[in-house]
Write a protein that binds this ligand. Structure first.
Ligand code: BES
Ligand code: MN
Ligand code: MN
Length: 456
């Protein structure tokens, strides 16, 4: 694969311009206003796969946004790598905090600023270019299949039925995903675990209409006050979630893995500085890295109700709402946690309000093996291009398809991501380093080579 270097050098600008074209498409899957754009992004990915040399490329319809499939089978006897990524992105609000428009990519200080630059368009597109390089230089060592979806950011709800009805088409030896981050550009790491997710919305209703807060205030429960109290009670002073049964299935992590996490080169001071906070906060007895990876959590993602417009309006609102997510760890079941939440939330509701709980989406946590051929090939590939052995580390984010693919297709994943936690994914000013983009394109072919060699 060393012979690919000049090809990468000669095509650097084009590789970037193509990514910019993809980044210009506002493919926000959560907002129906953008549905034409989400579909346009799928078409773009299809065209680029065709241009790169993939065969049987198609935009496969689902009940939601389509899945782009493509493949290059060079020899049925050789291993097959299934590349997964997503072309949809998160909403951009609050828009006023962006320093440049989210869908007009710009480079500043070596970083590409745009929504989706790191999550996941930039990382997904590295695969398309790595594939092109290998194919055009006649060094593709094994079979490749691509499966690029458009509903990752909204829970991949239609992916399972697609996998179930396309088992033969998706048959492969490993799923390769670049949709995670590394410790830093000097300290590469490979993600070996992801958290699960249970996401719900709650509605608290007080009086049957908004009331004058002077005429009624003091005598009728205010649903916003009540919701705040209820939410506050969901965690105790030690940072533990108070929902009965919440921790029942939590898998404790071995002393060895905890020791390994403690040894990872992580600077709490830098972490705090990055976020502009004086102190971190979380579950007692666990480090920051542990709190964000091996422990489950509960967070309010949004809360609203009453008057939030300009100026002041004296109102005692009829309703209050919140979106609440719980990150889960291996062995916890998303559905069970949703049920526990709902039962508890209804139980703690005082008699002067009514509550409604509606589930959004969920997903199961994942752990990926470090003794597999795929992991070893990924580690060797990073070693080759970074000059350092990557550290295995669990991450706090969720990619529900990892567990789903294992269940439905019986295939394990390797999470070879090149982003950084400081890329501000899901936040204003999302970025992806040019270093990371090109390093990814350079590294991925070695994964294919080593994985093929080690599979023999
Ligand atoms: N790429 C992220 C997940 C991620 C980010 C994993 C960083 C590890 C490190 C993915 O696009 C994502 O945002 N997933 C959602 C879950 C989904 C069900 C909405 C998440 O984690 O919130
Ligand atoms: Mn992602
Ligand atoms: Mn995401």
């Amino acid at each position: 694969m060393d012979q690919l270097k000049p090809y990468l050098e000669n095509n650097k600008e084009r590789f970037l311009n193509e990514l910019f074209d993809l980044l210009r498409i506002p493919s926000i899957s959560a907002d129906v206003k953008y549905s034409a754009d989400v579909n346009r992004a799928a078409e773009f990915v299809k065209q680029q796969l065709v241009a790169a040399g993939a065969e049987k490329v198609e935009v496969c319809p689902t009940k939601g946004y389509p899945i782009v499939y493509g493949e290059k089978i060079i020899d049925a006897k050789l291993p097959t790598v299934l590349v997964y990524g997503h072309y949809d992105v998160q909403p951009v609000d609050p828009l006023n905090l962006w320093h440049s428009p989210p869908f007009e990519p710009v480079i500043k200080d070596g970083d590409i600023y745009a929504r989706g630059s790191a999550d996941d368009k930039g990382q997904m597109y590295m695969h398309v270019k790595a594939f092109e390089m290998m194919l055009k230089n006649n060094v593709l060592p094994c079979n490749v299949k691509f499966m690029i979806e458009g509903e990752e950011e909204v829970g991949s709800v239609n992916l399972e039925s697609f996998a179930v009805s396309n088992k033969e088409k998706l048959k492969s030896d490993v799923v390769l995903i670049s949709d995670t981050s590394m410790l830093s550009n000097d300290i590469p790491s490979i993600t070996t675990g992801l958290r699960g997710l249970a996401y719900l919305e709650v509605e608290v209703t007080g009086p049957n209409r908004d009331l004058h807060s002077g005429v009624y205030g003091g005598a009728v429960a205010n649903p916003i006050n009540v919701l705040c109290e209820m939410i506050a009670s969901l965690q105790d002073k030690d940072g533990k979630v108070t929902i009965p049964g919440f921790y029942d299935d939590v898998q404790e992590v071995s002393k060895e893995e905890r020791a390994q996490m403690a040894a990872a080169p992580f600077s709490l001071d830098e972490y705090k500085k990055h976020l502009d906070i004086n102190e971190v906060k979380g579950e007692s007895g666990y480090s920051t890295l542990e709190r964000t990876s091996i422990r489950p959590t509960l967070d309010v993602n949004g809360i609203w109700g009453g008057y939030t417009g300009e100026g002041a309006k004296t109102v005692l609102p009829s309703k209050a709402y919140a979106k609440i997510s719980m990150r889960l760890v291996p062995n916890q079941k998303s559905q069970k946690i949703m049920d526990l939440f709902e039962a508890h939330f209804k139980k703690i509701a005082p008699p002067y309000v009514k509550v409604k709980v509606s589930p959004h989406h969920g997903g199961e946590a994942a752990v990926t093996p470090t003794d597999s051929i795929a992991y070893k090939a990924a580690a060797k590939a990073m070693e080759k291009t970074f000059g350092k052995t990557p550290i295995p580390l669990r991450s706090g984010g969720s990619i529900p398809i990892v567990t789903m693919f294992e269940k439905v297709l019986g295939i394990k994943s390797v999470l070879l991501g090149f982003g950084l936690d400081s890329d501000a994914i899901h936040s204003p000013n999302e970025k992806y380093g040019l270093f990371n983009y090109y390093k990814g394109i350079e590294t991925l072919p070695y994964f294919f080579q080593y994985f093929t060699e080690m599979s023999k």
